[in-house]
Design a binder for this molecule. Structure first.
Ligand code: 5GP
Ligand code: ZN
Length: 122
C-alpha cells in the first residue's frame, strides 16, 4: 500500500479531529457542511483514495468497516437513514480519502441534490 498523501485532510482529521465514534480502525466525524439533520462521515484510519480501491482492504477489514457504518448510525439514534459514497470526481467526490456519508433526519434538499451531483456526469 503506498503511503498516504501528506496533505490529506481526512488523514489529518483521523489523527487529531473531533471523533464522534472511534474504534476498530475507523472513526466517525461530523460533516462540516451537513446536508441533513444528522450527517456523519465514517473514515477508515488507513488511507485509500476512493471506494474504487476497496480491493486493498481484506474481506475482514471491509466487513468491519460496514459494521462500523451501521454502528455509527445506530449509536446516533438513526433507524432509517441513507448511506452514500461518492466515487471519483464524476461521482461527486471532493475529498480523496475513502469516506461513507451517514445521513438521517430532515434533509436540505437543495444541498442533497448538489451532493448527489444530480446535474453532473455520474
Ligand atoms: P465528498 O464530496 O468527497 O463525498 O464528501 C466530502 C465531505 O467532506 C463533504 O460533505 C464536506 O462537507 C466534508 N468536509 C470537507 N472539509 C471538511 C472538514 O474540514 N471537516 C469536516 N468535518 N468535513 C469536511
Ligand atoms: Zn487520507
Amino acid at each position: 500500500m503506498p503511503s498516504p498523501p501528506e496533505d490529506c485532510l481526512f488523514c489529518r482529521l483521523v489523527a487529531d479531529g473531533d471523533h464522534v465514534y472511534a474504534g476498530d480502525g475507523f472513526v466517525a466525524i461530523r460533516d462540516i457542511n451537513p446536508i441533513a439533520e444528522t450527517h456523519l462521515l465514517v473514515l477508515p484510519e488507513r488511507h485509500i483514495d476512493t471506494f474504487r480501491e476497496i480491493g486493498a482492504f481484506s474481506d475482514d477489514e471491509a466487513g468491519r468497516m460496514l459494521r462500523f457504518v451501521a454502528k455509527t448510525a445506530s449509536a446516533s439514534g438513526l433507524e432509517d437513514y441513507k448511506v452514500l459514497v461518492n466515487v471519483g470526481e464524476g461521482g461527486g467526490q471532493t475529498v480523496f480519502h475513502l469516506h461513507w456519508h451517514v445521513l438521517g433526519g430532515r434533509f436540505d434538499t437543495g444541498k442533497l441534490a448538489r451532493a448527489l451531483d444530480l446535474d453532473g456526469a455520474a
